[in-house]
Design a protein around this ligand. Sequence first.
Ligand SMILES: CC(C)(COP(=O)(O)OP(=O)(O)OC[C@H]1O[C@@H](n2cnc3c(N)ncnc32)[C@H](O)[C@@H]1OP(=O)(O)O)[C@@H](O)C(=O)NCCC(=O)NCCS
Length: 158
Amino acid sequence: MKHLSGIVARLEAECFPRPWSEEMIAGTLENGCLLLYRAGQSLFLSDPLPDGPFTDSTESYEGYVLAQDIAGDLEILRMAILPPVRGQGKGEKLLGEFLAAVRKKRGTGSWKILLEVSENNLVARKLYARCGFQLLSHRKNYYPGGEAALILQRLEIV
Ligand SMILES: CC(C)(COP(=O)(O)OP(=O)(O)OC[C@H]1O[C@@H](n2cnc3c(N)ncnc32)[C@H](O)[C@@H]1OP(=O)(O)O)[C@@H](O)C(=O)NCCC(=O)NCCS
């Protein structure tokens, strides 16, 4: 039986050139929430989110969102769809399901969803724009290649 952080680490390794380690993921899970995406059967987990043994044996997830609670707002730290199934609208569905799951969990109120994206990541930038994220600020020379990071936010008022 795998731990939740191990399942996310496996997805990370397939999705990112510089994947987060299982330890980094486990640390985020302590104060965060996670949506594991599978068409029609996504799983949303939120605090308290202990990194215990995970009973879902199929592990056939196609993507995920990992986010952290920051003083009442939420920062999306990692979001990805597995490479073989990109470009089919799953990224938009994943983000839509994540936003809906957070709204359902929190009920009424207002909060911000924040994230950071490389200026060169045009697919992700388009996706975030389609999902209502707006530019908040940018950080020059943020990534190792010298690209700027764009800080985007979406205001939720329920
Ligand atoms: C960013 C990411 C999550 C997007 O996932 P995705 O499933 O490819 O996203 P979508 O399919 O919803 O949208 C991507 C493109 O596919 C297109 N698309 C959507 N449905 C489609 C379909 N049925 N057939 C063909 N193309 C389609 C979209 O129009 C979009 O194209 P566009 O950007 O030219 O408009 C994915 O590329 C990824 O995991 N990237 C690596 C990790 C990463 O960069 N994460 C974000 C860090 S901030």
